[in-house]
Design a protein around this ligand. Structure first.
Ligand code: ADP
Length: 455
């Protein structure tokens, strides 16, 4: 990590230095060029205005103080101004090669060696003359070199600081991560008393919170597993004991009494059904959990399906005084996995019958929405309802609210989890509304499709 930081810091400093050097030297040279050509043009204007020799000398001397040299030659190479200059042959050679052959009015600004120069051919006093203005940029170069050096020193200091900071930072970060990783290993080994603590950085504190949440969830799930194992074992044991007891009774006591024998046989059949239901539920959950079942979509008559399932519960109305209040629209079709949806409706109806109140009433409705796009199936009971705390939990596998059953316990806390898994695999909306002592309403929204569509 430190190495990455160092490389990054080095690259940034290197880039800044390169940009700075290029930009500064370019800018300074461009400004020198502009200045030189401006002074050249001003001097030309002075010449054109017919200034006398003294004015010209003054202008030349003033600029010389700023490091700018101005020369005026005749076209034949004779120095007109300044009059006090030493060896002018090299200057003359250079300027002559650039403008001597040109027409009056021609000018050029150029860089040659350490100097930026302006040369032009002009008419002065009725004759062609050559004007040459030059400025040494060695001072610019020296300035850039100095700046470069300062920048290098600053860069090295920043680099050293970056190395130190990144080293300290990465050490702190990795030590936190190492502690977390060690703690995670303990969690993986089954120690749920561990605590992820790291509040050095906001993100690490968030990670700690998330890992603590994972720990709680894993612990909860483990507790649930133990609970369901106990539940399933108990629920398997009870009907098996009953079956054995009643079978023995038939063999020893009621075998010859048809009335009693039939009653005892019915208990055996009911208990065997209960066992089958339980085993089916456990199988469904494990299949859904392992994603082993695919959703086989087809268009079917939802109204008929709902009626069919209500009929299965008919014995409750006939023998136990239950009333099913129906508000069902005819011929509503949907597209879904018919078998699975029938399991959903069966589970929801079964729960409503199981948990409804003393009046043993269950309200079942199936209606299409105003826009005709959805069909809502809803089942409502008048039972004890579900507390806010339990509402979010009831969809979890193996979850059972403390005993509040009307009929003897049949389920294992798997029913709603199966409902949830099936509806989620269809991406259908579903939910529950419940108030303690006022009953619960479970609903599912199906897509509404025309009868003729087949896939
Ligand atoms: P079970 O087989 O125990 O009924 P479910 O998964 O179907 O399991 O339901 C989970 C728990 O949710 C139930 O144990 C019960 O406490 C609660 N529950 C489900 N439906 C209702 C309902 N209609 N009224 C009140 N409680 C309900």
């Amino acid at each position: 990590m430190t190495a990455y930081f160092c490389v990054l810091a080095f690259l940034m400093i290197f880039l800044i230095e390169i940009c700075f050097v290029i930009l500064v030297s370019e800018t300074l040279e461009n400004r020198a060029r502009d200045k030189i050509s401006l002074i050249g043009k001003e001097f030309e204007a002075t010449l054109q205005s017919g200034a006398d020799e003294k004015t010209l000398e003054d202008s030349i001397n003033r600029n010389r103080i700023d490091g700018i040299n101005i020369f005026l030659f005749t076209a034949e190479g004779e120095l007109v101004a300044p009059d006090d200059y030493g060896d002018i042959q090299s200057i003359l050679n250079e300027v002559a090669s650039r403008v001597k052959q040109e027409e009056a009015g021609y000018n050029i600004t150029y860089r040659s060696g350490d100097a930026v120069s302006y040369a032009s051919k002009i008419e002065y006093a009725g004759k062609p003359h050559i004007l040459f203005v030059t400025y040494s940029v060695s001072i610019v170069r020296d300035t850039v070199l100095n700046l470069q050096l300062y920048l290098l020193i600053i860069g090295l200091c920043v680099f050293a600081a970056a190395v130190l900071v990144s080293f300290a930072f990465s050490k702190k970060l990795t030590s936190g991560l190492k502690t977390m990783s060690d703690t995670a290993v303990l969690l993986a080994e089954g120690d749920y008393d561990i605590q992820f603590t790291n509040a050095d950085y906001k993100e690490m504190a968030q990670l700690s919170d998330t890992l603590n949440y994972v720990r709680d969830e894993v612990k909860k799930s483990e507790d649930f597993q133990h609970e369901i194992l106990a539940n399933v074992t108990h629920d398997l044991k009870t009907p098996l004991t009953m079956i054995k007891a009643y079978a023995s009774m038939i063999k020893e006591i009621s075998g010859d009494n048809p009335e009693k024998r039939d009653k005892h046989l019915q208990v055996i059949i009911d208990e065997a059904d209960r066992l089958t239901g339980l085993v089916n539920d456990v199988l469904s959950v494990s299949k859904l959990q392992a994603n082993m079942t695919e959703v086989k979509l087809k268009v079917f008559n939802l109204t008929e399906l709902v009626y069919g399932i209500i009929n299965k519960f008919g014995y409750l109305q006939e023998t136990q005084g239950y009333s099913f209040m129906l508000d069902i629209e005819q011929n509503l079709y949907t597209r879904a996995d018919e078998e699975k949806i029938s399991q959903v409706i069966y589970n929801l109806l079964g729960n409503a019958a199981n948990y409804t109140g003393e009046d043993k009433t269950v309200y079942i409705s199936l209606n299409s929405s105003m826009d005709g796009k959805r069909v809502r199936f809803a089942v409502k009971d008048t039972g004890k309802g579900i507390s806010k705390k339990d509402l979010s939990e009831i969809w979890n596998r193996y979850y059972r609210v403390n005993e509040n059953h009307n009929r003897p316990v049949k389920g294992t806390g798997l029913g709603l989890n199966i409902v949830k898994a099936i509806l989620e695999s269809h991406s259908f909306d579903f939910g529950v509304e419940s108030e303690v002592e006022k009953g619960s309403l479970f609903w599912v929204d199906f897509p509404c499709v025309p009868a003729e569509i087949e896939i």
